[in-house]
Design a protein around this ligand. Structure first.
Ligand code: FAD
Length: 490
């Protein structure tokens, strides 16, 4: 699991820096466990990466990071340690920390996107040249991207064979317990104060709707436990219903590494053995964890996925410039209730149900013909679970340009999707309250309501709620015509 360079005995007395990144937990954290097992004093470190090449975290992610670092810092303090906070260029910060503390080793759990891979390998070769031991581990995937290969030794491009191979490879490593104590170094290096990073938004504080979330390791464990003793039993069907609490809501916890997929894997298997979770539902749930793995695999092998179409034929597609359309979409004012409900849920809570993510993404890409990259960027800023691999791969999946993607010509109809997955309009009524009193049969298409229904519900189309900004049937034809150019180029 780990890849340690030979240890230099002359330096082994120095403390170990444990560089936390997207692994903000103490239990089942291989880098931390290895560092503690080395017998060295431990300097836990988090660096807010700020260099021109690093993609800055979005606003919602910064909110989560603030809370998660607080929880991690408290857990470390309870074990006799201290979480050191630095911001700037990680290579520079690490050098400074090593000089200040005499550290002889740096431990981290690996990341798989292009910038992190380049940064980490640069740091590794620089520090190794100075006889600092570097130990890197797998803390966030069931299988690392280079380990899963098809019969010809190549990376998979299609999910089903990928997951068949990958799930058979998951090993049975027992959970690594959280260390009971973190031996402190003789000298603590200087640390920033978290409050000075101003990660929590002020003027205005737009995060008040995030209060249902509990960032941190304990919050992640509670979310998993709640899911495994409740919603998992109906997961296969309910996961598609945005008006029902049918999913785990683990994605931000997974992104920040407050829980790892191995912990989930073991807990799901334990629940099936106890009979608490039906096998078929557990399989479906684990296959979603499989999609998360697959997307990391794709990003690693096609590192420009957040920028470039996975299928180059899509480079022929002519996107529209449509600022009013983008604005209406991002503000939840398109006149299509399920789209508007999703975009408002996102803005208010930092989350959006997966089914609705697919519907709103399809609307932006196909009904408005706005470049998927703009949608990806909006999600990057507003999602609490914003993740380079998951976000880019899913946007490209909806666009049709991605690996194993939905075909471009499958264009979601926002009305029939709403009717099918939110049949009583529970979700729309919650997030688009100005439509709450419309009857069930028209709630997903208010323009089809009778004047009497509209009046009784207090809805004045174009005034209290927008008329549709595009006619879906015409928009669909327009998108299919544009897609013909892609098909001809493929
Ligand atoms: P559950 O249904 O409980 O699933 C359990 C876990 O499986 C999730 O936490 C997640 O880690 C994984 N998972 C579930 N669905 C998917 C999927 N479609 N792709 C990859 N992994 C999945 N997810 C992110 O974590 N970050 C993103 O930035 C992100 N952007 C997305 C953008 C679009 C356009 C779409 C359509 C989906 C995106 N997703 C993203 C995937 C998915 O919507 C979320 O992972 C899911 O809604 C999280 O809710 P949950 O934890 O309750 O999921």
């Amino acid at each position: 699991m780990t890849s340690a360079l030979p240890q230099d005995p002359s330096r082994s007395a120095g403390p170990a820096i444990v560089w936390f990144r997207q692994d903000l937990r103490l239990a089942d954290n291989p880098a931390l466990a290895d560092a503690v097992a080395s017998g060295r004093a431990i300097i836990p470190l988090y660096i807010l990466h700020e260099t021109p090449d690093a993609r800055p975290l979005g606003g919602a992610s910064l909110w989560w990071l603030d809370k998660s670092l607080t929880v991690l810092g408290d857990a470390i303090a309870a074990r006799g340690g201290k979480l050191v906070l630095r911001r700037g260029d990680p290579a520079h910060q690490l050098r400074e920390m090593i000089a200040a503390t005499g550290a002889s080793a740096v431990y981290w759990n690996r990341l798989y996107d292009k910038h992190a891979v380049a940064r980490d390998s640069g740091i590794k070769s620089d520090l190794t040249a100075d006889r600092i031991e570097i130990v890197s581990c797998n803390g966030s995937l069931l299988n690392e991207p280079w380990t899963v290969r098809n019969g010809s030794g190549e990376a998979y491009r299609v999910f089903t064979p990928y997951w068949r191979a990958a799930r058979a490879m998951v090993d049975d490593v027992p959970e690594l317990p959280a260390p009971g104590r973190l031996p402190p170094p003789r000298i603590w290096p200087e640390s920033d104060a978290l409050a000075h990073w101003s990660l929590h938004p002020t003027t205005p504080d737009w995060s008040t709707g995030f209060s249902d979330w509990t960032p941190g390791e304990a919050g992640a464990a509670t979310a998993l436990d709640r899911f495994l003793t409740g919603a998992i039993s109906g997961y296969g069907d309910n996961r598609n219903l945005p008006g029902v609490e049918g999913t785990s809501r683990l994605s931000p916890h997974l992104h920040f590494g407050e829980i790892g997929p191995r912990q989930i894997w073991r807990a799901v298997h334990a629940a099936t053995v106890k009979g608490a979770a039906p096998d078929s539902e557990a399989d479906k749930f684990l296959s979603e964890i499989g999609w998360r793995e697959f997307n990391h695999h794709i990003l690693f092998h096609w590192p420009d996925l957040p920028r470039d179409n996975f299928k180059p034929a899509f480079d022929q597609f002519t996107w529209r410039e449509d600022e009013p359309g983008f604005r209406a979409w991002s503000r939840g004012q398109t006149g299509y209730p399920i789209v508007d409900a999703g975009m408002r849920e996102l803005w208010t809570t930092g989350f959006m149900h997966n089914r609705v993510r697919m519907i709103v993404a399809s609307f932006l890409i196909k009904d408005l013909m706005i470049d998927w990259r703009r949608g990806e960027a909006w999600f990057w800023d507003t999602l609490l679970d914003a993740d380079i691999a998951q976000n880019a791969a899913n946007w490209q999946w909806v666009a049709g340009s991605g690996a194993d993607a939905s075909p471009y010509f499958r264009i979601f109809n926002p009305v029939t999707q709403g009717q099918k997955f939110d049949p009583k309009g529970v979700y729309v009524r919650r997030w688009v309250p100005e439509l709450a009193r419309l009857p069930e049969d028209v709630i997903h298409a208010p323009w089809t309501a009778s004047p009497l229904d509209l009046r009784q519900a207090g809805v004045a189309l174009g005034q209290t709620y927008p008329a549709p900004i595009v006619d879906h049937a015409k928009a669909r034809d327009r998108a299919l015509a544009a897609y013909a150019a892609v098909r001809n180029a493929a």
